[in-house]
Design a protein around this ligand. Structure first.
Ligand SMILES: [Zn+2]
Length: 606
């Protein structure tokens, strides 16, 4: 196996890559197998004479196979596969310096290593969300991450984004062409029978030179050609559109609206989300784009669930007696919003005695210390005052779990509307006493006075200084990124310099910097060495001294917890460095090309 595929952009399971064969192919790509100069050659059911094909080192050859229907008995699949002797065929391709491709039946997967996997009977997965999701997840999870996935005869402008979202790298024009021959006019929002159309919404050469009525008058052959041409152009247009969404970090938002085109696509999205780990393993720690939580499915996004899970499992609140629950604000981070400025003013000198936690949909709960952390300061969501049942259950569940784990002597809830109803439910369930201070709207003079009165009335023994609050923020970010306990080790004996939010942590030398854009911390070598004893987010390299980046093949071990964007510690025999991972840990181990870690600081160890 040689290195012919390099992934350059990742977003969830979707990726943009470069396939280097006799010509460079940018993936995800639309190919035509029967094209004369196609870099991918299908042997079909007959073993092709490879002599006429030319230099096989620049081609992927798909081993002989037989198309089997989706629901074929397992022993029949076995028998047929044996009759093709796929292993021997693959060996022959390799012996001729070719790159290998094999066809895999969706329900019968026992993949042999290959450069390209072709999902057999893929056309029949159309409109079958569960089979579609299960077979692709199974195939992706049992093959190397830098092998390619080709799903033939399934792509349409409508479903293409979902195919790519699931990690499909290559599709073809087959189904779009077939639909053209069936008088079906394709768009990314659905397909139309030509005879029911009054005007074309598209301005491609076919649509701008013809009306539907004019196309109907053409001969069957001419009509099919014209419609196929439009359909294929739309498929290409959608591919460029999807690639742009991957690059901008907005593919998920696009999928959430594009899947509405067809119930099975919406079902597919819900099934992938429910599966849990497939997307999580592939989702970066942060993005530079705003996370738009516009749909019911947004609540199930990896970024939202991961934040809630880490607040519960990794975050330790400051040791204070009083909790003040506050509503979210449209402006982020919350603390710079007008409403939060009013809350902070009302808390006044008592602020040092209280711990502030923000309740919000769809994030759940956000401790003040993590308000900068992606996606807490990076989401936008429609606000109407109406909360649906699932939203209430999710946010209420986050608050309940948090309060079951962390106890306070006093709980003040400065919230109203649905927030208050959620708080009342949780208080009732847990038998806790909440003091509600916002009867007349959260920013009214009377409510703010009531908030001040409530926090001033407690006999608080525990308090923290402004300096301690700054250290708590750095501690919380470190725990969030590296795991519970890492923050304590990092901030022990240290001080925070520079104003919010550009905090810098020092203990003699600089240990870390807060990156305000994402709320994450970036370590220095000294900071990295402080937490080097913690078990996760480590990458081990061999006996060499890297400079600016570490390539995946140079990595001997990478912690499986690592996600793209994670701050990682890089250790070699005579080397220690800190940097940012560009791939997940499990993927670093599988990839034979590409940058695994971008180093920020490093030093040689004697
Ligand atoms: Zn058109």
């Amino acid at each position: 196996m040689t290195k012919i595929f390099e992934i350059t952009h990742r977003d969830c399971a979707a990726r943009i890559g470069k396939l280097t064969l006799d010509r460079e192919l940018s993936t995800p790509a639309i190919i035509q197998l029967n094209e004369k100069d196609s870099p991918i050659i299908d042997s079909g059911s007959m073993w092709k004479n490879t002599e006429n094909i030319g230099d096989l080192s620049k081609k992927i050859v798909i081993a002989p196979h037989k198309s089997l229907p989706l629901h074929t008995e397992e022993d029949i699949i076995d028998q047929i596969q044996e009759s093709f002797d796929t292993g021997a065929a693959l060996q022959q391709i390799k012996d001729n310096s070719g790159h290998t491709g094999i066809v895999i039946h969706p329900f019968h997967q026992n993949p042999i290593e290959a450069d390209l996997f072709v999902l057999g009977a893929a056309k029949q997965l159309d409109n079958h969300a569960r089979d579609f999701v299960n077979s692709i997840i199974q195939l992706k999870e049992s093959t190397r991450s830098d092998s390619l996935l080709y799903v033939p005869a399934l792509a349409t402008p409508e479903n293409l984004s979902m195919l790519v979202y699931m990690g499909v790298d290559i599709v073809d024009e087959t189904l779009s062409t077939i639909k053209g021959h069936q008088d079906l006019y394709l768009t990314n929002s659905g397909e139309y029978h030509l005879d029911r159309m009054h005007e074309f919404p598209c301005s491609c050469p076919v649509c701008s030179c013809n009306t539907p009525q004019e196309l109907i008058k053409l001969s069957k052959k001419e009509r099919a050609e014209a419609l196929s041409k439009h359909n294929i152009l739309k498929l290409g247009e959608e591919m460029r559109n999807v690639r742009e969404h991957i690059r901008s970090g907005h593919l998920r938002e696009y999928i959430e609206r594009q899947c509405r085109a067809r119930p099975w696509l919406t079902a597919a999205l819900r099934l992938i989300d429910a599966e849990g780990t497939f997307l999580e393993k592939r989702t970066p720690l942060f993005r530079s784009s705003t996370l738009y939580a516009n749909t019911a499915e947004s609540m199930n996004r990896v970024e939202i669930r991961r934040f809630a899970q880490r607040v519960l499992e990794r975050y330790t609140p400051p040791d204070l007696d009083t909790l003040v629950l506050l509503p979210c604000s449209a402006k982020k981070p919350y603390s710079i919003s007008t409403s939060h400025q009013k809350f902070i003013n009302a808390l006044g000198k008592y602020r040092r005695y209280v711990h502030e936690v923000i309740i919000t949909s769809p994030m759940g709960i956000v401790p003040r210390e993590l308000e900068l952390m992606y996606p807490a300061a990076h989401y936008d969501t429609p606000v109407t005052g109406y909360w649906d049942k699932e939203e209430r259950a999710w946010v209420g569940g986050c608050l309940r779990s948090y309060l079951q784990k962390n106890s306070y002597k006093n709980i003040v809830a400065h919230v109203n509307g649905a927030y208050r109803e959620i708080c009342e439910d949780v208080a009732g369930e847990l038998g806790l006493n909440f003091v509600f201070t916002a009867d007349e709207g959260v920013t009214s003079r009377a409510s703010l006075a009531k908030l001040e009165q409530a926090v001033s009335g407690y006999e608080n023994v525990k308090k923290r200084s402004g300096e301690e609050a700054k250290l708590d923020l750095m501690r919380a970010a470190a725990d969030y990124q590296f795991g519970k306990g890492a923050g304590d080790i990092l901030v022990s004996g240290a001080v925070v310099k520079a104003p919010f939010p550009k905090f810098q942590l020092f203990s003699g030398k600089q240990l870390a910097t807060l990156i305000p854009q994402y709320g994450t911390i970036a370590l220095t070598v000294e900071g990295g060495q402080r937490i080097a004893a913690q078990p996760h987010y480590r990458v081990k390299i061999g006996d060499f001294l890297p400079h600016s980046s570490i390539l995946a093949p140079g990595v001997e071990y990478a912690d499986p917890h690592i996600r793209p964007g994670d701050e990682v510690l890089v250790e070699g025999e005579k080397f220690f460095g800190v940097g940012r991972a560009l791939m997940s840990g499990w993927e670093i181990k599988e990839c034979r090309k590409g940058i695994a870690v971008e180093l920020r600081h490093s030093k040689t160890i004697d």
